[in-house]
Design a protein around this ligand. Structure first.
Ligand SMILES: C[S@@+](CC[C@H](N)C(=O)[O-])C[C@H]1O[C@@H](n2cnc3c(N)ncnc32)[C@H](O)[C@@H]1O
Ligand SMILES: [Zn+2]
Length: 362
């Protein structure tokens, strides 16, 4: 974590959302990067560890460590896990190794999932190849015109402060880098945040090249690609692990609060919309995009909530979501109904989403 990030962070745990103070145990006092140590809330005095440079701003650190063994163990040596949690962590790691369970594509810490996101976030169409003429044509036409390109066209100003909820492997920060004065990305996946920090902040990572799918007979990840790593520490970009429904960052002070393709992953979409609203400064902007692949329980809850005002009209996810944000007091400035968002699963399989996106003002 960058030392300069601390002033923008707040306690995710207490009602006061106390300021955090940094205690670091390792590294040069003068260095801008802290690889291990902790953050302590000045209000409730709770400690949040920094492991492998990643601040874990989560309510229940032990449960987080045990559930994210796979992502953490790749980057953090066991002896660096704080003594308080080490026994539980080692037990969880043992269980994970024993079962050797790869939930394949449901697991957001799995290498295959992070590889698919690395591709959509960092590779250009010219770097993706399919033997299928149809797939290759779709890639050439649409790959470079996804959500990031749209957002870049909306945010032309310089010196923006940006907070991104559910930032994943951090490609939007790179796409917007020249416009950004300060950026913090928040995501619950340790593996994604560690990769985002490596690629954007130039911090070391155990791997120096990445593998993507090609022909599955050769393995899930078989083609090596180079993704340029920031050669120096970008002192204005940082990424932390946390729950985005209670983001651990200063409220009411960001020029732009962004959540891409995350709204349909939460039990209460309204809480993510509210979190974005709270983070934006007065006059600031909120950007949301999503393919709206709702869980049935969430869809049912939204249908109920909007039943009266939507009576006699067909439900449309895009309109319902715009309405959720408008009810908070945001004014939609621009919208795009269909933006292509592509995932290259392997040479013969391309997953195509069409996302709705808007930019709204507080
Ligand atoms: C579908 S991915 C989208 C990633 C990226 N925004 C994009 O558009 O490519 C959703 C992301 O949200 C993160 N996520 C899901 N629930 C979360 C939560 N409650 N708190 C923080 N991050 C969460 C996941 O780890 C994942 O990186
Ligand atoms: Zn606190």
């Amino acid at each position: 974590m960058l030392k300069s990030t601390v002033e923008f962070l707040r306690c995710p745990s207490c009602e006061d959302r106390g300021k955090l103070v940094l205690n670091h145990q390792k590294g040069d006092r003068e260095a801008s990067e802290v690889s291990s140590g902790n953050l302590q809330c000045q209000s409730c005095h709770k400690d949040f560890p920094i492991l492998g440079g990643v601040a874990l701003l989560v309510e229940d650190v032990e449960t987080y460590l045990c559930h994210h063994v796979k992502g953490i163990s790749k980057v953090v040596p066991e002896q660096e896990i704080p003594a308080l949690y080490r026994e539980a962590y080692i037990e969880a790691k043992y269980e994970w190794q024993e079962s050797a369970r790869e939930h394949f594509e449901e697991d957001l810490e799995s290498e295959r999932v992070t590889a698919l996101y690395l591709m959509t976030h960092y590779l250009k169409a010219s770097q993706i190849h399919s033997p299928s003429p149809v797939i290759q044509k779709v890639i050439e036409e649409y790959w470079d015109h996804g959500p990031f390109a749209q957002i870049k066209s909306w945010l032309k100003q310089d010196r923006l402060s940006v907070v991104e909820l559910g930032c994943g492997v951090g490609g939007l920060a790179r796409a917007l880098e020249s416009n950004i004065e300060r950026y913090i990305g928040v995501d619950s996946s340790f593996a994604s945040i560690a990769l985002a920090r490596h690629l954007n902040c130039g911090v070391p990572y155990p791997q120096d090249s990445f593998f993507i799918p090609d022909d599955l007979i050769l393995g899930q990840l078989s083609r090596q690609v180079q993704i340029p790593v920031a050669v120096h520490h970008h002192r204005h970009l940082d990424f932390v692990v946390s729950d985005f429904e209670r983001p651990p960052v200063r409220k009411g002070s960001w020029d732009v609060a962004i959540a891409l393709n995350a709204l349909d992953m939460v039990d209460e979409p309204k809480s993510l919309a509210k979190a974005q609203f709270d983070l934006a400064r007065a006059g600031g902007r909120v950007i949301q995009s999503c393919p709206y692949i709702w869980h049935e329980t969430v869809a049912e809850q939204l249908r109920k909530e909007f039943a009266k005002e939507w009576k006699g009209r067909g439900f449309q996810s895009s309109e319902i979501v715009e309405s959720l944000y408008e009810k908070l007091g945001l004014k939609i400035k621009e919208r795009v109904d269909h933006i292509p968002w592509l995932f290259f699963k392997h040479g013969r399989q391309l997953e195509v989403y069409s996302v709705h996106a808007f930019i709204a003002q507080k």
